[in-house]
Design a binder for this molecule. Structure first.
Ligand SMILES: NC(=O)c1ccc[n+]([C@@H]2O[C@H](COP(=O)([O-])OP(=O)(O)OC[C@H]3O[C@@H](n4cnc5c(N)ncnc54)[C@H](O)[C@@H]3O)[C@@H](O)[C@H]2O)c1
Length: 344
């Protein structure tokens, strides 16, 4: 029988990629997104008329609407990706993060508590982050069950949601699985995040900003590999457990930018234009290193990444070059202007 999935935050970066993959896998998909600066209708423009797809403009804090959607569509799974996601914005305005990332999750949990009384065949996959583990010392890698030590209001809001979920699993037997994934990159990502911002600035001939000395290290995954892992959690994951999702590809920001420039120049830039890096004042509380031990999902569920970093990066740069509409649409230009990404 055809499976039905709700994806919250489906107009954002990972959500829109997940929806495309779910549709390919023959799911009926219900997308709930409040439409914020990080959403882009363009992300899903080719699928909006599909019969297996339905969109609701709604906030996950709207309990009435969420209850109505659950009752009407009777999904087998809810992937929760709706969240405020940019660390810098969480430093300037933490309240938005508390609202969507904690109260929004509380709201979903309360609705699901009622929903599972009428629908037994149901799971929720909650998408969390490696940032909940905080700074990782030396060559250590975070394992599931390690202590949470979030540093920013963003990671603290995600950590709070994970704790709340675990308490609902234990107290009310809710059927939920949490994923803790490393940094994603790929098509559809709003260019305030590190990799798309670097690519975007190269394309529009602007300096590439790097925090501090560029020594902070992050682990990277191609978004499609993350989405495959989420579907595999739905199919084979164990209720009440958490799974790290990482690739083992860890690089510091300076090395990463140099790699992007090199790959851009050798594959796309015939004129070999000059690209400049600009070191800017570091972010307060900036974690030095995140790194995940992802053996559990690999050994227990048989998931593995399909893309090498270089192959995925070439695909990503190509996508940004071929989709100028992503940042040229009216709405996009308005936001980009506000962010100082474009001047006109
Ligand atoms: N991007 C990464 O590298 C990464 C890594 C690990 C985990 N995650 C997690 O994955 C999820 C998705 O991240 P992303 O990068 O796609 O984010 P994004 O910012 O690109 O998209 C988030 C989407 O959620 C929507 N949204 C926000 N608050 C909402 C609310 N209250 N109600 C309804 N919709 C709301 C926004 O409108 C937006 O379309 C987040 O939970 C994030 O914490 C992201």
């Amino acid at each position: 029988m055809q499976k039905k999935a709700i994806v919250t935050g489906g107009l954002g970066f990972i959500g829109s990629n997940l929806i495309k993959l779910l549709l390919k896998n023959n799911f009926f998909v219900i997308n709930i997104d409040k439409i914020s600066y990080a959403s882009n209708i363009y992300n899903l423009q080719n699928i909006k008329k599909k019969i297996k797809y339905k969109f609701y403009k709604s906030d996950i804090c709207n309990k009435k609407m969420l209850n109505m959607i659950l009752k009407k569509h009777k999904p087998n799974v809810l992937f929760n990706l709706a969240a405020e996601t940019h660390v810098d914005r969480s430093i300037n305005n933490p309240l938005n993060f508390v609202r969507s990332n904690i109260i929004g999750v509380y709201n979903i949990l309360e609705c699901i508590k009622e929903y599972i009384k009428i629908q037994k065949n149901f799971k929720m996959i909650h998408v969390s982050t490696d940032e909940v583990y905080g700074d990782i010392k030396g060559l250590k890698k975070s394992k599931e069950g390690d202590k949470y030590q979030p540093s920013s209001p963003y990671s603290a809001s995600k950590a709070s949601a994970d704790h709340l979920i675990n308490s609902y699993v234990r107290t009310y037997n809710l059927p939920i699985i949490i994923s803790n994934c490393c940094n994603n990159f790929g098509p559809n990502q709003f260019p305030e995040k590190f990799i798309p911002k670097t690519i975007f600035n190269i394309i529009i001939n602007k300096n590439i900003p790097i925090y501090g000395k560029g020594k902070n290290q992050r682990e990277w995954i191609y978004v499609e590999d993350h989405c495959r892992a989420l579907i595999s959690l739905f199919k084979k994951g164990k209720i009440g457990e958490s799974y790290n999702i990482g690739t083992g590809f860890i690089a510091n920001n300076l090395k990463l930018v140099k790699k992007i420039i090199k790959i851009y120049k050798s594959n796309f830039d015939k004129k070999k234009h000059k690209i400049k890096i600009e070191f800017v004042k570091d972010r307060p509380g900036h974690d030095f290193r995140y790194a995940l031990n992802s053996n559990k999902i690999k050994e227990k569920l048989g998931w593995n990444q399909l893309y090498s970093f270089n192959k995925a990066l070439i695909k990503t740069i190509k996508w940004y070059l071929e989709n100028p509409k992503f940042y040229n649409s009216k709405q996009r230009r308005k936001f980009d202007k506000r962010l100082g990404l474009i001047n006109d």
